[in-house]
Design a protein around this ligand. Sequence first.
Ligand code: C2E
Ligand code: CA
Length: 576
Amino acid sequence: MNAPLSPPADSGGGPTPRLGAGNPDLDAMVRSAVEDGSELMVLHLDIDHFAAINQNMGYEVGDSALQVVGQRLKSAVGDDGRVWRHGSDEFIVAVKLDPQGLSAKQSSEGLKALIEQPVSILPYTFALTAKVGISLCPDHAITADALLQLAESSLLRASRLADEPVQLHQQAEIPPATGERAIPALLVDALGTDQFLLRYQPKISARDGRVIGMEALIRWNSPELGELGPERFIRTAERLGVIVQLGEWMIESAVAQAREWRAQGFDDFFIGVNVSTLQLLQPAFVDHLLSAMQHAGLPPATIVLEINESVLNTDMQAVFRTIRALRREGIGMVLDNFGTGDASLRSLARYPADILKIDRSFVTSTLTGSRETAIVRAMIAMAHQLGMKVIANGVETEAQLGFLRRTECDYFQGFLFAKAVPAGEAGQILRERYLRPELFTQTRDDRTLLLVDDEENVLNSLGRLFRRDGYRVLSASSVNDALALLGNNEVQVILSDQRMPEMSGTDFLAQVKVLYPDTIRMVLSGHADLKTVTEAINRGAIYRFLTKPWDDRELRDHIREAFRTFEARRARAPVP
Ligand code: C2E
Ligand code: CA
């Protein structure tokens, strides 16, 4: 550990000391734990988005909040432990563990909960959130330096895993050798060089697999560390404030790329650009973005900003104003990682956005957890009620795709279609326009069509026609067979012959109306007896009367429209 250690906190109300050079106090604690065989845990705590509090409420408020947090931690650990401040908004805590008491994870959760109790610094009252990395002596290491390093790498993992903010060091994990520790210095040096690049991940329309846009995702090609993904350095960039410069570069690059693609003849795509809170708090942000776009001749809809839901966590008038100004100019807004923060609904109510992006964690668990499934359904319905579109991130399997298509999700992004690729490859994808179109012609189990006709060859040719359109097709050559199939299957649309041995198609459908009133019922007949038809339509027994011989295209249009009608009616129907 290069960071300096200084004496531990006194138990009074004074400021929490910082880690001073050489770590003598932690060294002593570790040595004594090793000597008397007791267990010691070292925590590295990081407060989320603290820079935004400083920026928004002022440094005095920020400092006072850190003092309050330090005091809470000190009184919680009492004589069994010590607390130091580290960096601008982090704490190191070392505590002896009682073998009969709480586990390391439980005690850490307790400390985290303390930090998260509301802080009142007039005129503000707000709640902080934190992430925690833990290492244990002697289980993981027996020197202060190594314990600090392991706690820090666990903290980095906690930052990557949004829903698991407390992380214990995992034995199998190889401690990041020179890597993580060197990142801040290397990052600052890398600004203004060409070590950063953008990759583009396609976004797909749920209707047919058409590519509607790309998300720009940053990578850092560091000569010392190799290629790093954003999870490894964005948080550090935010903490150091250099995210502002990095963000400017990011926007310039995305704008330049959009301009190039437009010059190549593509004009119906957008680029999603991720922005951090600190960027949105820059007074010149809106002007810079707009002038870059104007300069490149881009219409406003070409750039869409992806704003992490957690940005909207604290009441930040400044962010709100920026977002409003951007929307006035026609810049689209994606509410990113929806469902992961604790402000989801509040942010939905307050911040007008065009697209809600369901976080990957929900998409991953939709098919395993029935509660998640219900939540995803509800999120999509809610977004639609608010006039927003929905994109699901992290679609990896056809099963996830199937579920999301049935729940009316509008767009997809995920490895099932493509990973983030270099700009050249992304251009090629735009040229091809569709990704994995075959996934969209597969059978839709939610669209079942029942064909009823006593003539085998009619059933066969209709079956071939409609299977091509992806429906599940059931065929019955008698009324009895048809009723049996209806009893055992969810059927939405029925296409029946009129002249059948047992009864007429219209009478059969009148019977079906009573049994399955929601079905869309249609007759396909070679004999148009106007009276029977009119009567059946007037009774509401049938929806359309179509004639043989049929025109394939027209018939397919009728069936497609019938399914849409069914779905529209169901969407309007009150939930039981
Ligand atoms: P995000 O906004 O949630 O972006 C999508 C991330 O999900 C990308 O990771 C993408 O590769 C990943 N992803 C998409 N589909 C799948 C899938 O099917 N399976 C899996 N396992 N992952 C999938 P990436 O590129 O590592 O980016 C991570 C995060 O870093 C982004 O998450 C975004 O919040 C942030 N980020 C990326 N570029 C920038 C940037 O330029 N500025 C800022 N402020 N943040 C950025
Ligand atoms: Ca994003």
